[in-house]
Ligand binder design. Structure first.
Ligand SMILES: NC(=O)c1ccc[n+]([C@@H]2O[C@H](COP(=O)([O-])OP(=O)(O)OC[C@H]3O[C@@H](n4cnc5c(N)ncnc54)[C@H](O)[C@@H]3O)[C@@H](O)[C@H]2O)c1
Length: 412
C-alpha cells in the first residue's frame, strides 16, 4: 500500500524475486504512470518498471478489494507531523480501517512506515482484530522499518539488512520468511516495539551528530577556524570517530520528523528526550543562521540583502535527488524573500517550486550579487562558479580549498 519513495522500490525488489506485486495507491496520477511503466522515483528505472508491468509482475490499482487476494499486505504510507509537531497517523490508521473488513485468514500485515514504539500493537492490532481474526493465529502482524536512502546505489532496498519484529513469534517467523524471499539479509528482533525503536535510533543518531557539527560550525565561525578542515582532519582517525558534515539544516521525509515521534511517545512515560530536542533546535535554526551569514557576506561588499540578486544553487534536500520535502533550501528562500532579496534558483533536478513562485533558471554567477550553494548536485563546475561570481556563500564546502583561500567565498 502506497507507491511512493518506499513502496515503489520495495515492489520492484519483490517482483524481481519472482513474487507478483499489486500496488494499492490512491493517487490517480501515480496509478496512470505505473500502468504506463513510467517511474517517478529515481531509484526505480522506467525500463525495469515497464518490463515488470508488461510481464504482469507489478500491477497497480486504487481498489482496496485487491487486498483480499494478497498473501501479504505491506503498508508504506506517510507518517508526517501535525502543525503542532505531533505524530499524525491518520493516513496509516485510515488505511488500516480499510484493510480490516478485507482481512483474510492466513494473511500477513506488515507496517513499514516510520513511527513510535507501540504503534503496531496499540493502534493497528485492535483495528485489525475487529475483523474477528486473531493475530498470531488467524493472521500475522509485524513491523519492519524501511531503511532506504534515496539516490544511494551501494546500499539498496535489496541489500540493506531488514529488521523484523512480530506481535507473536509466529508473526515474526512469517514476516522473516516473506522478506527472505526477496531481501538478502533479514534480522529478526523480539517485538514490533524493538523494530520501531531501531529505526528511530538510526535517524536520531544522525540528527544528533549533525547538530553537533552544526553547533561547532557556528563556534568555528566566531573563532575563524575552518570547520570543514577540522572535520576532515578528525576523520583521518581510523577508530572512535565517525564523520558528519555541517550544513544548512536537515531535510527529507525522515530526519526532521521521525525523532519527534519518540519525543511525543516518551512524554507518556514522564520522560524528556533532551538530546532529540536539542538536536532539533540546533538543526532547525540553521536556515536562520545561514541567512545571517549571507547578510554579513553582502554587507562586506557594501550591499544590503534587500534588493540584492541572490541565486540559490541546489534546492533538493540532498545531492543528486529531486526530493524537496522539508528541504532547508525552501526555508532559506522564504527567509530571503521576506527580507526583500531578489531570489532565483538553479537545480537541474527540480524544475519548479510553485509554492515559492519560482522555476529553475540557468546558473548565472555573473548576474547575481551572491550565489549560495545549498545542495551539491554533481555536474556543476564549482571552480568556474567561483571564478564568475562576485560573491559566494558555500554552505556545503563545495568550493573546498579554493574557497578557503578565496576572499569572496564565505563558507559555513
Ligand atoms: N522516503 C524515504 O527515504 C524513507 C526512508 C525510510 C522510511 N520512510 C518512511 O516510509 C513511509 C513512507 O514514506 P514515503 O517517502 O514512501 O512516502 P510517499 O509520500 O512517497 O509515499 C506514500 C504513497 O502512499 C499513497 N497513499 C496515501 N494514502 C494512501 C492510502 N490510503 N492508500 C493507498 N495509498 C495511499 C500516496 O499517494 C503516496 O504515493 C514514511 O513513514 C516514511 O517515514 C521513508
Amino acid at each position: 500500500m502506497g507507491a511512493g519513495y518506499v513502496g515503489l522500490p520495495l515492489a520492484q525488489v519483490f517482483a524481481e524475486a519472482g513474487i507478483p506485486v499489486v500496488l494499492v495507491e490512491t493517487s490517480p496520477e501515480k496509478v496512470a504512470r505505473v500502468e504506463r511503466g513510467e517511474s517517478y522515483i529515481r531509484d526505480v528505472q522506467s525500463s525495469d518498471l515497464k518490463r515488470l508491468v508488461e510481464a504482469g509482475s507489478i500491477e497497480i490499482t486504487s481498489d482496496y478489494d485487491a487486498l483480499k487476494e494478497a498473501e501479504a499486505i505491506l503498508i508504506a504510507l506517510q507518517t508526517p507531523l501535525s502543525a503542532q509537531r505531533e505524530p499524525d497517523l491518520s493516513i496509516v490508521l485510515g488505511a488500516v480501517e480499510d484493510i480490516a473488513p478485507r482481512l483474510q485468514k492466513g494473511q500477513l500485515v506488515v507496517l513499514e512506515s516510520t513511527t513510535y514504539p507501540g504503534t503496531t500493537r496499540e493502534r493497528l492490532l485492535p483495528v485489525l482484530e475487529r475483523s474477528g481474526l486473531k493475530a498470531g493465529e488467524d493472521f500475522y502482524l509485524a513491523f519492519s522499518p524501511e531503511r532506504v536512502d534515496p539516490g544511494r546505489e551501494d546500499w539498496t532496498t535489496k541489500n540493506t539488512p531488514k529488521i523484523v519484529g512480530g506481535i507473536t513469534p509466529a508473526c515474526t517467523e512469517r514476516a522473516v520468511e516473506l522478506y527472505r524471499r526477496a531481501i538478502d539479509t533479514v534480522h529478526p528482533v523480539s517485538s514490533p516495539e524493538a523494530a520501531e525503536l531501531t529505526k528511530l535510533l538510526e535517524n536520531i543518531f544522525r540528527s544528533v551528530n549533525i547538530a553537533l557539527v552544526n553547533e561547532l560550525a557556528q563556534l568555528c565561525d566566531r573563532m575563524r577556524i575552518d570547520v570543514w578542515e577540522v572535520v576532515g582532519a578528525a576523520a583521518t582517525k581510523p577508530f572512535g570517530f565517525m564523520s558528519f558534515q555541517p550544513g544548512p539544516g536537515l531535510g527529507g521525509h525522515c530526519m526532521p520528523i521521525d525523532p519527534f515521534y519518540l519525543t511525543w511517545k516518551a512524554r507518556e512515560y514522564d520522560f524528556y528526550t533532551e538530546f532529540i530536542e536539542l538536536a532539533g533546535k540546533v538543526n532547525e535554526n540553521m536556515p536562520w543562521w545561514c541567512l545571517g551569514k549571507i547578510t554579513r557576506a553582502l554587507n562586506a561588499e557594501e550591499k544590503a540583502l534587500k534588493g540584492s540578486k541572490v541565486q540559490i544553487v541546489g534546492v533538493a534536500y540532498k545531492a543528486n535527488i529531486d526530493d524537496t520535502r522539508e528541504s532547508p533550501a525552501l526555508k532559506l528562500i522564504e527567509l530571503l524573500q521576506e527580507e526583500g532579496a531578489d531570489v532565483s534558483y538553479h537545480d537541474a533536478f527540480v524544475a519548479e517550486l510553485p509554492e515559492h513562485g519560482l522555476s529553475s533558471t540557468e546558473l548565472d554567477p555573473a548576474g547575481s550579487d551572491c550565489v549560495v550553494i545549498v545542495t551539491t548536485h554533481t555536474g556543476i563546475d564549482y571552480d568556474d562558479l567561483v571564478e564568475r561570481a562576485p560573491l559566494v556563500v558555500d554552505l556545503r564546502n563545495a568550493t573546498g580549498h579554493n574557497g578557503a583561500s578565496n576572499r569572496k567565498v564565505w563558507k559555513l
